[in-house]
Design a protein around this ligand. Structure first.
Ligand SMILES: [Mg+2]
Length: 413
């Protein structure tokens, strides 16, 4: 049976939520940022009028103000965004139990089995969803409707705000294939560079390229991207990934050669901690503990954990704790096949702040600066792809997507 999948994307989510309590600003250029007082603060979201001035997510307030001197800046309220995200996904779940959140403002819905209960017309149902969210929550979404998740996501990007785009087996060559290949889900920086080298500019170019050669160039990932471009994505909408705050955030990597010695192990840990910290910040969470799992070449696993003195979402603190664990439980001369760094005992970042108030000012200010710096790196990654910045001493290792953690399954966030 042909699947019917929606991808629903809340438009300018943070800015739209903030404007609910400032309706008088709706027609002015407005941006949400981490710290409106600092000119080095980062733009997290902007409304349509700000977009028209060229204001971009991830740039500094200072850069945005150069283009739009009257830009109104509002501070972020992550707890409120989570509440709205929950409400929105509750509405989605009235139409199907197969709802998979992708970040805080996007969800896939598989309505294959329930569409007949709501009239049987996919586009009409998508339009009804848009109307409900606008009427009941004051938020708009763009919806992509298609027969697979990858094309549904392209559909929600195709036209926004507040629009429905239907991508079918009949029209996907006209709609999808002319799009830049970098629009395709999971085209990271490494793949994009390879594509450029081989003159693959559009999704259509990718579909027309030899699949075997892509496999040789980029491994499984290359073959999978070829399938995505050809409309052959069969991945299911997995309700397990509903947006609930994660209980832990782990990242594991099997290295192409065994790591040996303190410096190589440290570099591996730093790379993993950097990604763990970025994911914590994406969820506005901090961790109160870190665990480290080490696998040796004989596939023997060892894992240790420790509490942190202060909740953290900083790569260098998470890496520091993981390195302490390594020092205490591992002979640094023994080869390491795989490492997993996991942030545990998570709590929402807002709750961590009240504990921070007990701190002396100097240390707290330093921490804020560090968090801002790492937040900037997240923003740049969000904009230019995960490989665009590397922590100073990370080994040049391409990170496999959805890398299974060595030594057991950690819940994916
Ligand atoms: Mg969005």
């Amino acid at each position: 049976m042909e699947r019917v999948i929606f991808h629903c994307d809340l438009n300018s989510f943070y800015a739209s939520v903030e404007l609910l309590s400032h309706p008088e600003l709706r027609h002015l250029p407005v941006a949400v940022c981490g710290d409106p007082e600092s000119r080095h603060g980062i733009i997290l979201a902007k409304n349509e009028p700000a977009k028209a001035f060229g204001v971009k997510t991830a740039e500094t307030i200072w850069q945005a103000r150069k283009k739009c001197p009257d830009l109104v800046l509002l501070p972020a309220h992550h707890k409120t965004y989570r509440e709205y995200s929950r409400k929105v996904n509750e509405i989605y779940r009235e139409y199907t139990d197969l709802v998979e959140a992708f970040g805080i403002d996007e969800s896939w819905l598989d309505v294959t089995g329930t569409l007949h209960l709501f009239g049987g017309d996919p586009k009409a149902l998508a339009d009804r969803l848009r109307d409900r969210l606008r009427d009941e929550l004051g938020l708009t979404i763009s919806v992509g409707v298609s027969f697979n998740k990858v094309f549904a996501k392209l559909g929600s990007d195709y036209k926004k705000p507040d629009a429905t785009t239907v991508i079918t087996r009949e029209n996907f060559r006209q709609l999808v294939w002319p799009l830049p290949v970098t629009d395709l889900l999971y085209v990271g920086r490494a793949a994009a560079q390879t594509f450029e080298k081989f003159g693959i500019r559009t999704i259509g170019d990718l579909a027309a390229f030899d699949r075997e050669q892509l496999f040789r160039l980029l491994g499984k990932n290359g073959a999978q991207l070829h399938d995505f471009a050809s409309g052959l994505d069969t991945s299911p909408v997995a309700p397990a990934a509903q947006y609930t705050p994660p209980k832990s955030v782990g990242n594991g990597l099997t290295f192409s050669h065994n790591l040996k010695g303190r410096e190589e192990i440290r570099a591996g840990i730093i790379q993993l901690a950097d990604q763990v910290a970025a994911r914590l910040r994406r969820h506005s969470m901090k961790c109160q503990g870190v665990s480290l799992a080490i696998r040796d070449p004989a596939f023997r696993d060892l894992s240790r954990q420790k509490r942190l003195d202060t909740p953290s979402c900083l790569a260098r603190e998470i890496a520091g704790a993981a390195m302490e664990l390594a020092e205490s439980c591992w002979n640094m001369d023994h080869p390491v096949r795989a490492l997993t760094v996991t942030a545990i005992y998570l709590l929402p970042a807002e709750e961590a702040v009240s504990q921070l108030e007990l701190w002396d000012g100097g240390q707290e200010q330093r921490r804020e600066r560090l968090e801002k710096l790492e937040g900037t790196m997240d923003a740049i990654r969000a904009k230019y792809g995960a490989g665009s910045i590397q922590p100073a001493s990370a080994p040049r290792e391409r990170r496999p997507r959805h890398a299974p953690p060595p030594g057991g399954a950690y819940p994916e966030d």
